[in-house]
Design a protein around this ligand. Structure first.
Ligand code: DX5
Ligand code: ZN
Length: 218
């Protein structure tokens, strides 16, 4: 069954704790934490996301799915290790070379966290193929990273199809996650293309019935 990772980027501070509690009751599979540094992307959410992740850790045992949209990857991995996230995803485009990528994959794994790489809409699947056997998951961005509430870029679904075909051919079990502009309509194409996890922010958080929103996505 399709897993849902709820992006808490647009959760308001005043009712954050209650919202997280409600999301767990509503059946989210993960909490998706969007860490932005004001350098890799324009927005800066470092402080608020760290605060939110800490609140979630106090009230829930659900897994954290950390999405690092940052230039200083090591520093941010170190910041989140004590919170024992399930998955840490960093961006291919934030790395200088293959050695650096390998170093982070190894470091995340050594800390018993599942490593994942994310690629922006314009980055080709070819670029990350060699890392797939070492990765728990590949996150294909379906919008330009940086903010919630954007429209899914249809061409990104072609990348999901291409990746799924390649994983099957190579007998690899790497998960595919998509992130950005996922709602009950767009999720269909993504599902058909072969995703395992869908990240959704606006289409869940902006409703007043999280349970309904999550089950519709699934
Ligand atoms: C975009 C973030 C996403 C996004 C999801 O940079 O990584 O997680 O906020 O929000 P929606 O579902 O509103 O596109
Ligand atoms: Zn994200």
């Amino acid at each position: 069954m399709l897993e849902i990772s709820t992006s808490i980027l647009s959760v308001e501070k005043e009712n954050a704790t209650k919202t997280f509690y409600d999301l767990e009751v509503a059946g989210t599979d993960y909490f998706h934490i969007d860490v932005m540094d004001g350098k890799f992307v324009e927005n800066n959410t470092e402080k608020i996301m760290y605060e939110y992740a800490n609140i979630i850790k106090q009230i829930s045992n659900l897994p954290l799915d950390i999405h690092l949209m940052v230039e200083d990857i090591k520093e941010n991995i170190d910041r989140y290790i004590p919170l024992r996230p399930s998955i840490i995803t960093f961006h291919y485009e934030a790395c200088r070379n293959d050695e650096e990528i390998m170093k982070y994959i190894k470091y995340i794994r050594e800390n018993n966290i599942k490593p994942a790489i994310s690629i922006k809409p314009k980055t080709d699947i070819e670029k990350i193929k060699k890392f797939l056997p070492m990765l728990h998951m590949l996150l294909i961005m379906t919008v330009e990273p940086g903010k919630s509430g954007q429209k899914l870029i249809p061409e990104t679904i072609e990348k999901v199809k291409e990746l799924k075909k390649y994983l099957d051919k190579e007998n690899l079990e790497t998960y595919i996650e998509v992130d950005g502009g996922i709602n009950k309509d767009t999720v269909k194409m993504a599902k058909e293309a072969g995703i395992d996890i869908a990240v959704a922010g606006t289409s869940i958080i902006s409703t007043n019935d999280f349970k309904q929103a999550i089950s519709e996505l699934r």
